[in-house]
Write a protein that binds this ligand. Structure first.
Ligand SMILES: Cc1cc2nc3c(=O)[nH]c(=O)nc-3n(C[C@H](O)[C@H](O)[C@H](O)COP(=O)(O)OP(=O)(O)OC[C@H]3O[C@@H](n4cnc5c(N)ncnc54)[C@H](O)[C@@H]3O)c2cc1C
Length: 488
């Protein structure tokens, strides 16, 4: 390890690894420091009794031919290192004890299925999806702005103007009355109910499904490891099991970092992949930041943590004709959110059941399967005494999708919000960084640039959003900002 680097990245989550590897490719001397024993943050896997489990992330978008993840891997010259398996039936829902596959890749087919299930809402369904498609089209157009586009903003982006403050609930209530249909259309990677989800986020997520979902063969860790290979191929370095305890600032400019050992490393650029709270309150020190900025940081709302079960089973899950991920929803998502915010574990949870061994047989011995069940959960709860009870209740609910599951468990591991916090240092185990409300999505989210010169942010507390694709984009934005700053 050197005494000095061009850039030090704090945290080897996907945001940090993307930024670090891209800057290493540009010839900068890069050091990525990670407190955990393996790279990836939420995108890690572990092995137990011949099974491979993914800690959190289930699958990836952006891996199609023109997708951002595929382009990243190609740019790093690591495409030979990884195989992405396209998931054929990525999403399903259990509705009134029936398994329904949602063909998210084929919007017309999805509309038809929903029209058959909800005939009284049939005429409105295509109109609803058309609005989402128009919003996405305008967002994508805006991402590569030109002066003339801004001049013509009101004409060119009518949906962005009209729906900028809208939540998903606003649009659902405009078109539909059936609560079950509204619930299905609210399935999204967030811990928010429809009254809080940014409509723009929902539009992107819904239409992004058309590009397909992918699973990296061997487990999610193989994706994080591929980014590390890209980093190292371009002479970047990764230091594991090492906590950064301070970001050193002199005259409002970054000059280095300090490790818990007391060792100092000099650098002009620090990219922080950790939480806003840790970066500013603990590593920089709020005294080094303007009061206005710190007030804004303090007012940001973080997503809820999760309760995660990893299960190995001898049931033949292929024969059940389930999708890769399967949602089981409570009747009232708003009520569930209110209970969680009140530090209660609701009687009925939103469950996402994922079965990676349906697409990758290397994850489990022959005839066996692995699955994960994720439910949003409160942080302040008596987890030590109640986690087994909650697990039992959740498995019983999951039996709507997988009958007799409780009698066919050959291995089970429980992660509570405290586990997520312990392994990744995310604020109170937040699953998705900042909430994706209209006030905290896209351009409204905290920027990569900070008031401290040379300090940049990546990851799911920053622009544009959470999720592997979102944080990989944040890594690209931060890398561009560092390169731009060096040139000027
Ligand atoms: C249960 C669950 C399921 C999910 N499923 C999906 C999915 O299927 N698809 C998808 O796209 N997204 C999914 N997500 C969301 C996605 O995982 C995250 O949005 C994304 O991975 C966050 O990446 P990140 O770069 O912000 O950093 P994180 O993953 O939070 O990593 C930050 C890293 O920084 C390190 N660190 C923190 N502080 C320090 C320090 N002081 N010194 C050194 N190291 C430090 C941490 O140890 C950690 O490794 C899921 C999330 C959860 C919780």
């Amino acid at each position: 390890m050197r005494e000095e680097y061009d850039v030090v990245i704090i945290g080897a989550g996907i945001g940090g690894l993307t930024c670090g590897s891209l800057l290493a490719k540009e010839g900068l001397k890069v050091l990525v420091v990670e407190q955990a024993s393996k790279p990836g943050g939420y995108a890690t896997s572990y092995k137990k009794n011949g099974f491979t489990f993914d800690s959190c992330v289930h699958f990836l978008g952006g891996c199609g031919r023109k997708g951002i993840i595929r382009k990243l891997i190609t740019n790093l010259e690591t495409e030979e290192e990884i195989k992405f398996i396209e998931v054929q039936s990525p999403m399903g829902v259990i509705l009134d004890n029936k398994k329904i596959s949602l063909p998210v890749k084929d919007p017309r087919e999805l509309e038809k299925i929903l029209q058959r299930l909800f005939p009284q809402e049939a005429p409105q369904i295509p109109k609803y999806f058309q609005i989402l498609r128009r919003i996405t089209k305008e967002i994508l157009d805006l991402v590569s702005p030109s002066f003339f586009k801004f001049l013509l903003f009101p004409i060119r982006y009518p949906h962005l103007i009209r729906y900028q403050k809208s939540t998903l609930k606003d649009l659902l209530d405009k078109y539909f009355t059936d609560p079950k249909l509204k619930n299905i259309l609210s399935i999204a990677p967030t811990t928010l109910p429809p009254s809080k989800i940014s409509l723009f986020f929902m539009a992107i997520v819904t239409t992004q499904g058309q590009e397909g979902f992918y699973y990296p063969q061997g487990g999610i860790q193989s994706f994080s490891n591929t980014l590390v290979k890209g980093l190292k191929k371009h002479r970047g370095e990764l230091l594991l099991d090492t906590l950064v305890s301070k970001i050193l600032v002199e005259k409002k400019r970054v000059c280095g970092v300090e490790l818990t050992s007391g060792r100092r490393i000099g650098t002009k650029y620090v990219v922080s992949n950790t939480t806003l709270e840790q970066t500013f309150n603990r590593l920089v020190g709020s005294e080094n930041l303007p009061d206005k900025y710190m007030r804004r940081i303090k007012n940001q709302k973080v997503s809820l943590p999760g309760f995660i079960l990893h299960i190995a089973t001898d049931l033949d899950l292929k024969s059940l004709r389930l999708s890769f991920t399967n949602a089981i929803l409570p009747s009232d998502l708003e009520k569930e959110f209110a209970a969680l915010n009140n530090n209660q574990m609701p009687d009925e949870s939103s469950l996402i059941i994922t079965i990676p061994s349906l697409v990758d047989s290397t994850l489990a011995p022959e005839g066996k399967h692995i699955l994960s069940i994720v439910a949003p959960a409160p942080y302040s709860y008596d987890w030590q005494n109640k986690k087994e009870e909650v697990a039992k209740r959740i498995i019983k609910q999951a039996e709507k999708a997988i009958p007799n599951l409780s009698r066919h468990i050959i291995y089970q591991n429980i992660s509570t919000p405290l586990t997520l916090e312990k392994y990744t240092l995310n604020t109170k185990g937040a699953m998705y960084g900042l909430q994706v409300t209209p006030e905290q999505f896209g351009i409204n989210r905290i920027s990569q640039k900070t008031p401290i010169k040379g300090l940049y942010l990546v990851g799911h507390y920053t622009r544009p959003a959470h999720g592997v694709v979102g944080v990989a984009m944040s890594g690209q934005f931060a890398a561009q900002a560092v390169l731009h700053s060096r040139e000027s």
